[in-house]
Design a protein around this ligand. Structure first.
Ligand SMILES: Nc1ncnc2c1ncn2[C@@H]1O[C@H](COP(=O)(O)OP(=O)(O)OP(=O)(O)O)[C@@H](O)[C@H]1O
Length: 248
């Protein structure tokens, strides 16, 4: 079965190779009101695409459509690739951590289908090893969010969908979690959609930045992040400033 592992579907071995996500949305309505307008983009293998836009413009709605959790849309959302299923095995971080409260940290990983060795490694890496046998209900919000990230990264996903994965983390843990995600993407470069409101975060992690309009969101522009930006703070700051100007 395909679908978002973080939402409860089993993880496990990769079936088929997901090479691309192709989104061509004309309109998405919720409760009779348009929440997404014209949005067309694709996401290729090994590519991190950041989606940036103002609060309420429809970013989480877009993630739900891409995750196959909502199918009512005018337009298409399609995964392609050799042997790809309609919705591949996804590692998803939702805006809320969505943990099983009366299961331990370790059990939350196991029930999502996490690889046990990878799960332990990620707990260690994300500073959660000491909490492995603690109930999820007893975690702080920052710990819960790090566990949600560990779960998405440990399920051997064919693609990652990350909705503000570093929200509510203090500066040190934000830096740590970003580094863990970057490491993981080097080890396993799966197509990744990163939703964020933070242009600096987008430029630091993504190959491309899609900037959305206020809701109903339409694509304002789709900008490649030049190679070398990540290792040059001055170039990164200039890129953020240029994107901010373009988004005005
Ligand atoms: N179930 C729903 N029924 C009706 N309207 C909804 C529903 N869920 C979301 N909306 C509306 O759709 C719009 C887009 O919401 P969405 O959560 O996708 O925005 P967002 O860009 O992710 O916001 P934020 O950055 O604040 O998280 C908002 O106006 C919201 O009120």
């Amino acid at each position: 079965m395909g679908g978002p592992a973080a939402a409860g579907a089993p993880g496990g071995a990769v079936e088929g190779v997901v090479t691309r996500l192709i989104v061509d949305i004309r309109e998405k309505r919720l409760a009779g009101r348009p929440v997404l307008g014209s949005l067309a983009f694709s996401l290729d293998e090994g590519e991190v695409t950041a989606v940036v836009g103002p609060s309420g413009c429809g970013k989480s709605t877009l993630l739900r459509l891409v995750a196959g959790l909502d199918r009512g849309v005018t337009g298409t959302v399609r995964w392609s690739g050799e042997g790809a299923r309609p919705v591949p095995n996804l590692g998803v971080v939702f805006q809320q951590p969505r943990l099983l409260p009366w299961r331990t940290v370790r059990q939350n990983l196991a029930l999502a289908g996490a690889d046990p060795v990878e799960g332990e490694r990620l707990l260690e890496r994300l500073g959660l090893a000491a909490q492995a046998d603690v109930w999820a209900s007893q975690l702080s919000l920052g710990m819960a969010r790090r566990l949600a990230l560990a779960r998405a990264l440990a399920v051997d996903a064919q693609a990652l969908l990350l909705d503000e994965p570093f929200a509510s983390l203090d500066e040190g843990n934000q830096r740590l979690a970003r580094a863990v995600l970057a490491e993981q993407l080097l080890r396993r470069p799966v197509p990744t959609l990163l939703i964020t409101h933070d242009l600096a975060e987008a430029v630091a992690l993504a190959h491309r930045v899609l900037v959305l309009s206020p809701g109903p969101a339409r694509l304002l522009f789709d900008q490649a992040v030049p190679p070398g930006v990540r290792t040059d703070p001055a170039l990164a700051a200039a890129t953020v400033a240029a994107l901010r100007d373009l988004a005005r």
